[in-house]
Design a protein around this ligand. Sequence first.
Ligand code: ZN
Length: 315
Amino acid sequence: MASKMHAAIDSNKIKINISMAESSDYESPLECEFCDAKVSFVNGFTREVGDKIISVNPYFRLKTRNTHGSECKYNVEGQVKLIVRESEGNVLTQTESGKFELRLLAVKKAINELQYLAKKKNKDETDDKKETKEKEYVKSGKKLGSYINSALRVLKVRSFCEKNTDIENLLELVFEGVRLPWKDFYYEDKDFFRCYSNIRKATVTVPVAIVGVVKSIRTIDGKNGKFSVINLAGPYRKTDEKDTLDSVSVSIWSPDIEMFESYKVDDVLLAFGIFDASGVSEKTNKSSTSSVKKFRNHDLRLWPISKSQLCKVNG
Ligand SMILES: [Zn+2]
């Protein structure tokens, strides 16, 4: 179980940051800055996701057969325990076996209720009634937001881990009494096609978490006003036809054009909620020099109702 780390301590007890490690300005072995677990440095690198080149920042990782001390800030169990202690309602609980559970039905209900209240609030009413509804919405929003926020906090812990296995033995995902594997709930860009097909074939909608790199943030003029849209970089996939590629487009939409103002291109974004997957649509490739003439696009969309459904996970 291990988070990615941004600093370490060398054998002279000097704190080593990323830039010092990049110029090999340290004495081995390296240790965690909060406990005596051994760590190593991982260089930054770039990777291709669809038509975007993404840089992965350098970091320190736990060496194999090492674990962080129980009080260490990087101890995943300690972090999850703290979130469970601070969470409200029954979203996060500890089971009899001592494991923790994230109850996705409670989160889904919170999202649905908030959506219902937002719609009700926006209906034309006299000023008097409007004010009462606004108050009701803010009150419920606070409570429901705290449910969603607890879920988001544990997802943030996962996003700093390297793999699902770093968290899945500790935190179980439960929806209506059924245990859900992490791989069917938490998707990084390499998993976007699988996410799309899981959502398409699902008979019951379950909230999921998607982590990706922001490719663009735009304001679009729609028929009923302006929308703010974030697009995440998504991978391509070969098809049976030489000139055609499968693409997957994950986008996050809001009629509130200030909703995404704290985000920028290249941020790593965690988005959590109930995504829609619409049918595959064909698009011609605008680039005339490419041998790819067509994209078969798989569209995944989220309309978050609360800011607490999104957070930045890099840095
Ligand atoms: Zn540690």
